[in-house]
Design a binder for this molecule. Structure first.
Ligand SMILES: CC(C)(COP(=O)(O)OP(=O)(O)OC[C@H]1O[C@@H](n2cnc3c(N)ncnc32)[C@H](O)[C@@H]1OP(=O)(O)O)[C@@H](O)C(=O)NCCC(=O)NCCS
Length: 180
């Protein structure tokens, strides 16, 4: 599998349908942790749902529209990280992430996103990356802030996750602002 070791037990691997069982098991164990902020957990009922998602992400990768990676910690899959909505006309893309509740608080996502930003600027037609999150999603906003993103805009009532409706904070980082 295409996998990159980032040191101290952290690794990223290109997400492929073969990861479906492991990722489904993670989602199943983290339903409460994920459902407040992300819209997919209730609709993910079986490994086949996850397999279909991973297949579509792989097709988007082949088409140059996305890059989705599995986050590994100590050789165990602990989350997903994506470069999405790659737009070669406007040279923008958005980054999304989630991680197993038991592996939060260790800086794994910040380190993984740092690597993804470098991949975005090095290998994709992208000069600006965005992170979108709800203002009350403090851990997610903190990832953007820690990596030097600017809090640029708030779109009112523009994020939905199950029964929750939130404003959307748009964090932006430009190529020339990026310090690897
Ligand atoms: C959002 C989410 C991915 C953030 O996870 P996280 O573990 O807080 O983020 P990181 O892995 O970057 O870890 C940061 C924490 O590790 C600490 N840390 C330890 N070592 C660190 C290091 N080397 N570098 C950075 N942070 C480090 C930080 O201080 C911070 O802890 P704190 O929250 O107590 O201040 C996680 O909460 C999650 O999956 N939430 C549910 C899904 C979700 O909301 N996704 C985003 C939707 S927009």
């Amino acid at each position: 599998m295409f996998r990159e070791d980032l040191g101290e037990g952290l690794a990223l691997a290109l997400a492929v349908p073969q990861h479906a069982e492991a990722i489904f098991e993670l989602i199943d164990r983290n339903r409460e942790h994920l459902r407040r902020w992300l819209p997919f957990s209730d609709a993910t009922r079986s490994p086949d749902d996850t397999r279909a998602f991973l297949r579509s992400q792989l097709q988007d990768f082949i088409a140059g529209r996305a890059l989705t990676a599995v986050i590994y910690h100590q050789d165990v899959a602990v989350g997903l990280l994506s470069l999405n909505r790659i737009d070669p006309v406007n040279r923008t893309a958005a980054i999304g992430y989630w991680i197993d509740k038991d592996t939060t608080g260790r800086g794994l996502v910040t380190r993984a996103v740092r690597r993804l930003i470098k991949l975005a600027f090095d290998y994709f037609p992208v000069d600006r990356v965005e992170i979108h999150c709800a203002p009350d999603n403090k851990p997610s906003c903190a990832v953007a802030e820690r990596l030097g993103f600017t809090r640029e805009a708030v779109l009112r009532r523009s994020l939905r996750a199950h029964e929750y409706v939130d404003d959307r904070v748009i964090w932006g980082l430009l190529r020339e602002e990026w310090k690897d």
